[in-house]
Design a protein around this ligand. Structure first.
Ligand code: CUA
Length: 361
């Protein structure tokens, strides 16, 4: 009980990232098209608002009843000029918006052959991002909750979900897309400016919907290539015998006394951990976020042991079992064991030149 209370107290997610979420980020091809259309729609709205307001006030002012009024209101039927204008002007407005929409669709909808393919999978409550062009043996290179993309090049995102409906939304990249189980949808995005952008799941999908964030790290093309090559060549390091990392690795792969192995649900490239129910942890040590964006940076490092031990407390609805002895078939881990596991996970790093966080935020 005390531990649970402690867990909850520690678990308050830190305030969201400092990056600005903006659908007005014109470094994205999608947002540029939408923005250009919005200007027209806003301009038409302003003209209509001014016209209607003027007509209203003019009529009220001019034809109001005065103490001196004596004449009867005129009775007339129809006004051809007015009716042509009232039909014609909206038709012109709709036609202009229609042409602009078709033009934008022609720009945005085709996915160029040169686009870099990336598969997105939403799950309760995290994301996996896979790179189908980069394979290790037969498995795809993938990363959990941090999506690395090249700048200035079209990317073909293909989205699906494993359990319930989620939605992928990184406003700086473009519009929201639903992630629907058994359905795969592909669309194109491109961002000209390297940087780190915030993303969120944007369809209510369960208790931790709000804790289903992700980062989009847009890299210059050469650094993206370095990342992909290093990711493809990556093999988890073999820890020195007797080190904390070695003890952590044994716990990760085999569990404690044969119970609760992490490898049953998580994949770590270059080991026999090939689970797919949890996020891919291959480059966990390079990642800066924890718990699908619940914590970042130093706070994420600090929270790691608490997260492993009390995941169900700190992230309501999480399918990750708690290692606090409250769950059948999952052992309670001691502080020393949690430290070993944390040390192992932090050692799972991409080579420094492939660290996608460097110099982009
Ligand atoms: Cu996934 Cu909301």
């Amino acid at each position: 009980m005390a531990l649970t209370a402690l867990g909850v107290a520690l678990a308050q997610p830190q305030s969201p990232t400092k990056q600005v979420l903006s659908i007005g980020d014109l470094n994205s091809g999608y947002n540029r098209e939408v923005w250009a259309m919005s200007i027209w729609a806003i301009a038409f709205s302003i003209i209509i608002f001014i016209g209607v307001s003027w007509a209203l006030f003019y009529t009220v002012a001019k034809y109001r009843e005065r103490p001196t009024s004596t004449h009867q209101a005129e009775d007339f039927h129809g006004n051809n000029k007015l009716e042509v204008a009232l039909v014609g002007v909206p038709v012109i407005i709709v036609a202009v918006l229609c042409v602009l929409t078709v033009k934008s669709m022609a720009v945005l909808n085709p996915t160029p052959k040169t686009a870099v393919p990336v598969d997105i999978e939403g799950r309760q409550f995290f994301w996996n991002f896979r790179y189908p062009q980069a394979k290790v043996d037969t498995a795809l290179v993938s990363n959990g909750n941090e999506l690395v993309l090249p700048a200035g090049r079209p990317v073909a995102l293909t989205i699906t979900a494993a359990d319930v409906i989620h939605a992928f939304w990184a406003p700086n990249l473009g519009g929201q897309r639903d992630a629907i189980p058994t359905v795969k949808k592909t669309w194109q995005v491109n961002s000209d400016k390297p940087g780190v952008y915030q993303g969120n799941c944007s369809v209510l999908c369960g208790a931790s919907h709000a804790n289903m964030r992700f980062k989009v790290v847009v890299l210059p093309q050469d650094r993206f290539n370095t990342f992909i090559q290093a990711a493809q060549a990556y093999k988890a390091p073999t820890p020195a015998a007797g080190s904390a990392e070695a003890r952590g690795e044994a716990l990760f792969l085999n569990g404690k006394n044969g119970q609760g192995s992490c490898a049953a649900c998580h994949r770590v490239q270059g080991t026999n951990a090939a689970g797919v129910n949890g996020p891919d942890l291959s480059f966990f040590g390079t990642r800066r976020t924890l718990g699908a964006g619940m914590w970042e940076g130093d706070k994420a490092r600090e929270m790691l042991p608490t997260w492993i031990k009390h995941s169900k407390v700190v992230k309501p609805g999480s399918l990750m079992p708690s290692y606090d002895g409250t769950q059948e078939n999952y052992p309670a881990l001691t502080d020393a064991e949690l430290a070993d596991l944390s040390a192992y996970l932090r050692s799972l790093k991409l080579p420094e030149q492939a660290d996608y966080w460097q110099g982009v935020d």
